[in-house]
Design a protein around this ligand. Structure first.
Ligand code: SF4
Ligand code: SF4
Length: 75
């Protein structure tokens, strides 16, 4: 990652159909619609919750990383 990059989800403009679902679901208003496509307007506010990624019917928005919590009880 370069300085200034965030871990906010990336939006594939080719796949985005501009339905606005991700904009509506984002709890912190990080996303907005611009010229018929979702854009990350406030990446600094993103909580990395993944709601937008799960909701998008076109697979157009995805986090670069997924945080997985492991149960280490047996290790
Ligand atoms: S939910 Fe997916 S298709 Fe709809 S605006 Fe967001 S990124 Fe685009
Ligand atoms: S990961 Fe969560 S906080 Fe970040 S843009 Fe998507 S819905 Fe909003």
């Amino acid at each position: 990652m370069s300085p200034g990059d965030t871990m906010a989800p990336e939006i594939d403009r080719e796949l985005c159909m501009g339905c606005g679902d991700c904009v509506a679901v984002c709890p912190v208003g990080a996303l907005t619609l611009e010229n018929g496509h979702a854009v990350m307007a406030h990446a600094e506010d993103c909580q990395y919750c993944g709601d937008c990624e799960e909701l998008c019917p076109y697979g157009a928005i995805a986090r670069a990383f997924e945080i997985v919590l492991l149960d280490n009880e047996d290790s």
